[in-house]
Design a protein around this ligand. Structure first.
Ligand SMILES: CC(C)(COP(=O)(O)OP(=O)(O)OC[C@H]1O[C@@H](n2cnc3c(N)ncnc32)[C@H](O)[C@@H]1OP(=O)(O)O)[C@@H](O)C(=O)NCCC(=O)NCCS
Length: 147
């Protein structure tokens, strides 16, 4: 059974490994570990027993939150893990007094864009050539809610 909880130090190595698997410019294990001590950061993990099924990382400033990354282990995809992580993140951000969640996504990442649209994110802009390896525009999406 999948359980969603706050990231702790025991999760960091698996989070960094999944980052490496999913992204061309992954966060290092040290950078992920640093988020545990960052008072602006909230990272959640989805765990299936001892196995990491997915994670989402965020940072909040003055009531506005950026989602920095989200990934789900390939064996756990299309089972609602990413949706559950984002729902849990939004619930926690609301409880902490934040009012919106903004993210960037590669313009070609149809799976992620579909996920975000389904969860109520709306397009608010585009950053040309935001990504490297390969170079690509980012779409900026945002979800807002009433406190
Ligand atoms: C994008 C990603 C996080 C989705 O994770 P997931 O746990 O498989 O997503 P969910 O099961 O919660 O999907 C929820 C909805 O999103 C959409 N969706 C998710 N993956 C999809 C895909 N491959 N194709 C089309 N729609 C997809 C669907 O609407 C899905 O609902 P459905 O399964 O009932 O049709 C995952 O594919 C991943 O880790 N990709 C690599 C990393 C990445 O691109 N991260 C995003 C960076 S911005």
């Amino acid at each position: 059974m999948i359980e969603i909880k706050k990231m702790e130090s025991i999760h960091v190595a698996q989070v960094a490994a999944l980052e490496k698997l999913c992204f061309s410019e992954p966060w290092s294990e040290n950078s992920v570990a640093g988020e545990l001590n960052n008072p602006l950061s909230l990272w959640l993990v989805a765990v299936d027993g001892e196995t990491l099924a997915g994670y989402v990382g965020s940072q909040s400033v003055m009531g506005e939150t950026d989602m920095m990354n989200i990934a789900v282990d390939p064996d756990h995809r299309r089972q609602g893990v990413a949706a559950a992580l984002i729902d849990a993140l939004v619930k926690q951000l609301k409880a902490n007094g934040n009012h919106c969640l903004t993210l960037e996504v590669r313009a070609s990442n149809a799976a992620a864009i579909r996920l975000y649209e389904k969860l109520g994110f709306a397009p608010i802009g585009r950053r040309p050539n935001y990504y490297r390896s390969p170079r690509e525009d980012a779409l900026i999406l945002r979800k807002e809610w009433q406190l």
